[in-house]
Design a protein around this ligand. Sequence first.
Ligand SMILES: Nc1nc2c(c(=O)[nH]1)N[C@H]1C(S)=C(S)[C@@H](COP(=O)(O)O)O[C@H]1N2
Ligand SMILES: [Mo]
Length: 162
Amino acid sequence: MRYSFISGLLITLVTTATAVAQTATITVDGEVTTPLKLSTADISNMKKTTLQATDRDGKAHAYSGVPVTDILRLAGVTLGPRLRGENMAKYLLVKSGDGYEVLFSLAELDSSFTDRVVILADQVDGKPLPEGKGPFRLVVPGEKKPARWIWEVTGMTVRFAK
Ligand SMILES: Nc1nc2c(c(=O)[nH]1)N[C@H]1C(S)=C(S)[C@@H](COP(=O)(O)O)O[C@H]1N2
Ligand SMILES: [Mo]
């Protein structure tokens, strides 16, 4: 009796934790034509990119996820040929559930300016990101420290710097 209660409780806890992980959403707002509220399912239906990036352990790992510019394009952010003139003063602020925020200029992300691809990763070495570092984390290749590898991403906002 007691064991079945405890195992029932455990199953409920595990199921709830799984449901929470699966219902994570990412909002995209600000200077966009289409504000977005992306579910985990929406993101997993998008085309994935896998890249090698060096972790804090100093080793290269295969991170897989959606290029941030694909998400911004879905929201109608001024990228590509439209990234010029006053739009050059726009930035992207990425937000986490813990209050941490990191900033990129749009030109830092756009493929007409750079070959570096920043992804919203959901997997490392073929597995989901570790507990506490997911379900979505930015992976920013080529930086000397991973301070912009923001984990537990909850939103992205595009704004004019002036
Ligand atoms: N949400 C969130 N992401 C974060 C941070 C944070 O405090 N909160 N710290 C950043 C900093 S300063 C570093 S150095 C790396 C550390 O990542 P690691 O613990 O996976 O090595 O995460 C970055 N991502
Ligand atoms: Mo850091």
